[in-house]
Design a protein around this ligand. Structure first.
Ligand code: FAD
Ligand code: FES
Length: 278
């Protein structure tokens, strides 16, 4: 059992949960994740290790409530426990001394980005983060990132905070300025966002690393759930990733596979019909 030490709300539907997991806290490296099962028979939920404190034996998870599995975890008050925490899983981020790095986070992707940005700054890179959200309450970890980043630039779709528009607009400006042009880009967020970032940097030949979040089941490379095509080869994000060269990822296929798991329109029609008949 893994005790919940604290559970606070960072944004609407986004919780920061600190759990006791001493072995994971000791072994984890930036870019890795855990698979969590709230209780016996519950769904397996892959979650990035946002932060860890080896001395205290704790691990921080930042979780957006999406469906049943994430709702169960975010509802746990301090003192209660999570049944299983398997990990650390996945390959650690390859940290290079690039020079100037742009780290781009969309929505809850900023939680996944945080340990990467920190590890990049720790080896002496000049890190600028560009974080985006629907509106002000959805922009997370601004102050935490500002503690080690040269700049934290914010975009919101409705203009309620920072620059109105998309993270890619700000990246485009950075790339056009010789004094700010990044030597490498890391992007984490919705699949269309990561695809758009990779498209932007491809022609400029700026190395671009993306962290993929396909559906995962076993986390061991056996079930095939997290299959992605990278450079024409089949990879499994749980064991070969989750980070890959963004210029090599087949984003169109990834997007189609993500949508395959969305509730089928027939179910929505049936649900609406059932509601009408009441
Ligand atoms: C390596 C990895 C790291 C992740 N890190 C984090 C993290 O740090 N914080 C966080 O909030 N989330 C993270 N996720 C996403 C998280 O695992 C899913 O949101 C979660 O599994 C949804 O489970 P659920 O039971 O709540 O929803 P479900 O009922 O299973 O699904 C609800 C909806 O979400 C979609 N969905 C399910 N799983 C995923 C997924 N993996 N990616 C995108 N959409 C999905 C389904 O298609 C469905 O429409 C990560 C995913 C991966 C693969
Ligand atoms: S989650 Fe099963 S192969 Fe990756």
């Amino acid at each position: 059992m893994f005790e919940v030490v604290s559970n606070d709300k960072l944004a609407p539907e986004v919780h920061r949960i600190v759990i006791k997991a001493p072995r994971v806290a000791k072994a984890r490296q930036a870019g890795q994740f855990v698979i969590v099962r709230c209780a016996e028979g519950a769904e397996r939920i892959p979650l990035t290790i946002a932060d860890a404190d080896a001395a205290a034996g704790t691990v921080t998870l930042i979780i957006q409530t999406i469906g049943e599995g994430t709702r169960e975890i975010t509802a746990l008050p301090p003192g209660q426990a999570i049944r299983d925490v398997a990990g650390p899983l996945g390959q650690a981020t390859e940290i290079h001394k690039w020079g100037r790095v742009a780290c781009i986070g969309g929505g809850v992707g900023t939680a996944v980005l945080y340990p990467l940005a920190k590890a990049l700054a720790d080896v002496g890179n000049e890190v600028t983060t560009i974080i985006g959200g629907r509106s002000e309450p959805y922009v997370i970890l601004r102050n935490e990132l500002a503690a080690f980043c040269k700049d934290v630039l914010v975009t919101t779709e409705d203009g309620s905070l920072g620059v109105k528009g998309l993270v890619t607009n700000v990246l485009k400006e950075m790339m056009a300025d010789p004094l700010r042009r990044p030597h490498a880009v890391y992007a984490v967020g919705p699949v269309p966002m990561m695809g758009a970032v990779a498209e932007l940097t491809r022609s400029e030949k700026i190395p671009t690393i993306v962290s993929l979040n396909p559906i995962m089941v076993d986390g061991t490379g056996m079930c095939g759930g997290c299959r992605v095509t990278v450079g024409g080869q089949i990879k499994f994000a749980c064991v070969d990733g989750p980070e890959f060269d963004g210029h090599q990822v087949d984003f169109r296929e990834l997007s189609t596979r993500q949508k395959a798991y969305l509730p089928h329109p027939c179910r929505a029609i049936a649900a609406a019909a059932a509601k009408d008949s009441k």
